[in-house]
Design a protein around this ligand. Structure first.
Ligand code: ADP
Ligand code: MG
Length: 696
């Protein structure tokens, strides 16, 4: 069974196979991402028109759509050109006109003969104080009225597509819905109060109440669950494939780790210990590790990563840590080198800046196994970089790595254990869609002794006072970041703003006291500026968001964020997380341009109210939606058609468990339920998953 199941063929025909749709309309549908009857079926109504028959229009709050049964009284053709044709009718209580512009009298006579009973339905309004119905949508003999749905669905449209054409196409698409073996078990459906698949997919297009089209209607929930399930099965298949590939068992002796722990001036948090334990177990197992390490800013992910690298070394192999930027790679070198020395482990850094002889020497040392731990940027994954015995790869701050890319990495297939570290906490629902193929360790506890960062807001017309206070603080030996606003238009503007601010601050603090980093600077200058700040040679560092992620200068205790209203919530949290890492009180000043929009005000309020990154992430998700939190384009976040994260996100954990259990017990999807799920994968176009089962 390798092709698409035949039962699904009618749904995957081209859209112009539906009645009333020719090539031109097909293109119009195409603009809405609808190219098959299947796509049409998964386009849900966004409104309903209540067409329940009422005894009279009397007492209805107008304007409204009204459906009522009337007797046709008399026709009143227009005498004056441009005036409408009227047909007077009466319902059980009152008399009112139906109004037609550009009327064809013959047609009206035929549809509305005087004295006849008719059910009419249409937009009813007050005009000059009297009730009238303009161009009824429906005129039916009482016997035909049963054809009228009580709640008529209305669909999103686009230029050139009318509700009528849409409705007609939809009726035809619904008629094509096949009977399929349900991939959800009856007991589960019953416990959730959900309909079977056929009833669900036809039911959403035939709502039996105004609530029927809401995202939380049972049929909608069920279809959302289907979508989550299909996606989670894809991830579970990827996970099981990866685990089935033989990994290598790396057993920690604890010898090197113990030396490092001794050298530390602090002890591990409970969360760090737990994460290390989970990682060591994975690495000792014969399957490949594929684990995500999540933690708030400052929760100590770097140390956990280093401990994992040491497991590889203790087992006689090598480890590599890849950072997203040069600055971060060098910073890891600074923090980790003393720890490596304490354990007598050889640590090196390799970035795009290594060239020529130096690079060749490093590559040799790596091939010989002399270098035991390698830090670096993407450069560490270049073709000619060979290890003697690579056992673990840690990818730092990489939640922008998409599921698809990670799958490809996994399919490349050496037996290397993989640990991915995220930059910020990700809401649970999102972490399941993003990382459902991985196991998860969470650092939900911060090292003790941290005082929360005092967070204040200041309108930007008081920037002069901020500078004065900053001057006093710097005189006391404190250091500060000054982050420039996010300018949408261009990098050049961003850079110009940072350079201007830098000049102004240099005029106040002195040339030598203020450093500058932004993305357009040559890497050497950027590193030099970071290094000078870290060493305390400069006191103020003017920066763009290049410092958003990961940078760690414990003595820096002041964060000024200019144009705070231009940043997202998680971004502000990340930035604030750059301070408050040492002892002593840290401060974050949010400069804003008034008036603040309601959402900017809310973001700033949340930030002031809590330092809990997981809570902030949830709030961010609620405020912005999933795509924005992760940046859909880079994130590889799946675009759900049916499911809506905000409304249905709570169903994800169940879909995740369901998928994992299914794939664990039936990895080839050969049981009756497995086969049904296969059909679901085809239906929802999970090509990656299909490729994996047909190969596997
Ligand atoms: P993250 O990468 O999670 O934002 P880091 O790994 O950069 O956090 O750690 C932040 C700071 O906390 C570093 O200066 C680190 O040395 C320190 N740190 C890490 N673990 C502990 C601990 N258990 N106790 C005290 N300080 C710690
Ligand atoms: Mg870090």
């Amino acid at each position: 069974m390798n092709g698409r199941p035949e039962v699904l063929f009618p749904l995957f025909a081209s859209i112009d196979s539906l009645p009333g749709i020719g090539p031109k309309l097909a293109r119009t549908f195409g603009q809405m991402d609808i190219s098959t009857p299947r796509d049409l079926l998964f386009t849900f109504p966004n409104a309903v028109v209540d067409r329940r028959i009422r005894p009279t229009v009397k007492g209805v709050t107008l304007p409204a759509t009204v459906t009522t049964e009337v007797t046709v009284l008399r026709h009143l053709p227009s005498r004056v050109k441009g005036r409408p044709y009227r047909v007077s009718v009466s319902d059980s209580e009152t008399e009112f006109p139906l109004v037609f512009f550009h009327a064809k009298p013959d047609w009206l006579q035929e549809r509305l003969p005087e004295g006849a009973r008719r059910v009419i339905s249409g937009r009813t309004e007050l005009f000059d104080g009297t009730v009238q119905m303009v161009h009824p949508d429906h005129i039916l003999a009482p016997g035909e009225a049963r054809r009228l749905p009580e709640f008529e669905p209305a669909y999103p449209l686009t230029q050139g597509l009318s509700q009528k054409v849409m409705a007609k196409a939809m009726v035809a698409a619904v008629e094509r819905v096949p009977k399929l073996v349900d991939w959800l078990e009856p007991g589960f459906l019953e416990s959730m109060g959900w309909p079977g698949w056929h009833a669900a997919v036809t039911g959403v297009h035939a709502p039996d109440s105004a609530q029927g089209i809401l995202s939380d209607a049972p049929a909608r929930q069920r279809l959302a669950y289907d979508e989550f399930l299909a996606h989670q099965v894809t991830l579970a298949l990827a996970r099981s494939r990866q685990r089935r590939r033989k990994g290598r068992s790396s057993t920690a002796t604890g010898r090197l780790q113990a030396k490092v722990l001794e050298a530390l001036s602090y002890s591990l948090t409970g969360a760090q210990e737990r994460a290390m334990h989970e990682i060591s177990e994975d690495m000792a197992a014969s399957e490949r590790m594929n684990r995500l390490l999540q933690g708030d800013v400052g929760s100590g992910k770097t140390l956990v990563a280093f401990m994992s690298l040491l497991v590889a070394v203790e087992a006689g192999g090598q480890g590599v840590l890849m950072a997203p930027t040069e600055v971060l790679a060098r910073q890891h070198l600074e923090t980790l080198r003393p720890l490596a020395e304490a354990a007598h482990v050889v640590l090196e850094v390799l970035t795009g800046r290594d060239t020529g002889k130096e690079r060749a020497a490093k590559l040799n040392a790596l091939r010989d196994g002399e270098i035991q731990i390698l830090l670096g940027t993407h450069a560490v994954f270049q073709k000619d970089v060979e290890f003697r015995e690579l056992r673990v790869a840690v990818i730092d701050e990489q939640h922008r790595f998409g599921v698809a890319q990670r799958m490809e990495l996994g399919l490349k297939g050496d037996a290397v254990d993989v640990l991915v570290m995220t930059a910020t906490p990700i809401p649970r629902s999102l972490s399941l869609t993003q990382f459902g193929d991985m196991d998860m360790s969470v650092l939900d506890e911060k090292p003790p002794g941290r005082t929360p960062v005092a967070t204040a807001t200041v309108p930007d017309d008081r920037i002069g006072q901020v500078v004065t206070r900053l001057k006093a603080a710097v005189a006391e030996g404190r250091q500060a970041y000054w982050v420039c606003p996010l300018v949408e238009e261009s990098d050049a503007r961003l850079q110009a703003a940072a350079e201007d601010r830098c000049l102004e601050l240099r005029a106040v603090f002195g040339e030598r006291s203020v450093g500058l980093v932004h993305g357009q600077l040559p890497p050497g200058d950027r590193d030099a500026a970071m290094a000078a700040f870290a060493a305390g040679d400069t006191q103020v560092l003017v920066a763009t968001t290049v410092i958003e992620v990961g940078v760690d200068v414990p003595n820096a205790s002041i964060m000024v964020i200019e144009g705070a209203e231009s940043f997202g919530l998680s971004q502000l949290h990340q930035l604030r997380g750059r301070v408050g890492r040492g002892a002593g009180q840290a401060t974050c000043l949010l400069l804003y341009r008034s008036p603040l929009s309601a959402s900017a005000r809310r973001r700033i309020e949340i930030l002031r109210a809590t330092q809990d990154g997981f809570r902030i992430a949830e709030e961010d998700l609620a405020m912005r939606g999933a795509g924005d939190v992760l940046g859909t384009a880079q994130s590889g976040l799946p675009r759900f058609r049916t499911a809506d994260m905000e409304c249905h996100g709570a169903l994800l954990p169940a879909a995740n468990r369901d998928a994992r259990n299914l794939v664990a017990s039936d990895p080839e999807l050969r049981t009756r339920r497995g086969a049904a799920v296969r059909t679901l994968l085809w239906l929802l176009e999970q090509d990656k998953a299909i490729a994996m089962i047909s190969v596997g």
